[in-house]
Design a protein around this ligand. Sequence first.
Ligand SMILES: CC(=O)SCCNC(=O)CCNC(=O)[C@H](O)C(C)(C)COP(=O)(O)OP(=O)(O)OC[C@H]1O[C@@H](n2cnc3c(N)ncnc32)[C@H](O)[C@@H]1OP(=O)(O)O
Ligand SMILES: CC(C)C(=O)C(=O)O
Length: 561
Amino acid sequence: MMLQNPSSKYRAFPPVNLSARQWPDNAITRPPIWMSTDLRDGNQALIEPMSPEKKLRFFEMLVKIGLKEIEVGFPSASQTDFDFVRKLIDEDRIPEDVTIIVLTQSRDELIRRTVDSAVGARRAIVHLYNSVAPVFRKVVFGMTREQITEIAVSGTKLVKELVKQHPQTDWGFEYTPESFSTTELDFSKHICDAVSDIWQPTPHNKMIVNLPSTVECSTPNVYADQIEWMSRKLARRDSLIISVHPHNDRGTAVASAELAIMAGADRVEGCLFGNGERTGNVDLVTLAMNLYTQGVHPGLDFSDIDAVRQVVEECNQLPVHPRHPYAGDLVFTAFSGSHQDAIKKGFAQQKPNTLWEVPYLPIDPADLGRSYDAVIRVNSQSGKGGMAYLLEQEFGLSLPRRLQIEFSRAVQAVADASGREIAAKEIHAIFCSEYFDQASPYAYSAHKMVEDSSNDEPVQIDITLAHRQASLSLQGGGNGPIDAFVNALGLDIKLMDYHEHAIGSGANAKAACYVELRLENGPTMFGAGIDSNIVTASFKAVLSAVNRQLVRAEKELAVAQ
Ligand SMILES: CC(=O)SCCNC(=O)CCNC(=O)[C@H](O)C(C)(C)COP(=O)(O)OP(=O)(O)OC[C@H]1O[C@@H](n2cnc3c(N)ncnc32)[C@H](O)[C@@H]1OP(=O)(O)O
Ligand SMILES: CC(C)C(=O)C(=O)O
């Protein structure tokens, strides 16, 4: 089956008639007021809503992160939600600087129960909503604009009357024209003005007007236009907090929220990691960390993102996607060779407390409490940089550049053959079998050196080797130990390059040596040796290179025959 022509079933979202729009030139220089609706919009969208214990755990985590406004439920919907709000209040679990929000439809009995649930809180916001878009007016309610306005106005009057009876609580009020983004702007303004006319907010006691994209139906620039239009035209603007509540149906909730802030929104409602109805609410983590990477502190603390993710996954019973911005398992991982190379160079050059300049990584993983361990992983798409990085990070082996190139072919062959990721341990095992463990035909057994500066060849050496299992004693002299060792072997060896470094320190320190040499007329090849004695390590490296050359030559001969 083919996708049908959509033009008779769907139509383009109309643009907003907004002259001289300001928002495209604005930048976000401070964080909005954040409101978490995880325990309400997030919870109502779960396959299994949270138990009271999980809700409490989630609430405490939100407080720890730094959320000052938390929508704790829809208390008239269920006894569980009502009891949870009462528990928070009666057990004095709400910190002084945190305000709880309780949501209700604009219906008499639901409003009464909602206010009851929050009585006694230090501060609480009653959040009233009704849907206002044409499709709701027509399909759900069968009502005119006037009747829909009356639902909002009568609900606001009732909230005002009820909260007056409980002056011990500092009451705030939030009104949402649900489905705002698909509503005619003049009607949204009309209904919000009618509500604020009843509530009578002041600059010192503001009312929240929350303008949701209940279902995201347009590009983010259209939403921004809608917000700027409202921000310009709403009555009593200086007494209002304009809030946005983007959903993610088109996958652009984060962009919508960001452009909406540029367009005048003061507050954002969303959920951690974008949980929520259908495709979710806007993700507060991404929004906050996007700000952080622009040099603006979001006022929320995600410095241990894995701990936050763990609580959210356990409470929501939903996994966070491995590629989720900032938090997914794979977002600080590079598989492809050129990325690994650039990241490795970036890390090497990045100085503490300077501007972050590591290619491909928009943020320092350490700022989220993530380690660098997972940054580079190796599969068939990887190059030398990745495997060299892992060998160095995990095993302290710092391979010279030309050895990296040579060794990457061995890893590539394994990755290609298996078609899967090669873990650091496996890379190390391949390195050991390719270089350190090359013990045939020659294996090192022992050596003894005599230094005699009066001699033309100041270093004399006795070596004992195993050659195809038979013991072999050799003597030689040279300018230094390696020269003497090579001379003692009596082979046509040309030493091209030599590197050494220590691994670890103190009594357990070891030395790693890498030599590149040519045997007879063969190609240059590397060998590597490791030992607690640096001279022994260098002899082992020479034998490793010689053995690799001889094995290669034997194989070539076998193929030729
Ligand atoms: C976009 C959002 O996320 S909004 C939040 C949505 N969240 C939830 O709905 C979760 C909790 N809700 C519930 O548990 C239930 O809906 C309750 C308890 C609130 C109400 O349950 P019920 O009384 O059975 O009503 P029901 O859920 O069927 O709601 C539909 C009725 O409410 C009316 N209604 C819906 N929203 C509103 C509103 N905001 N204001 C006034 N009336 C409303 C509808 O017109 C319909 O009325 P009708 O039955 O006369 O046709
Ligand atoms: C009730 C409002 C805030 C809502 O959840 C929505 O419009 O998505």
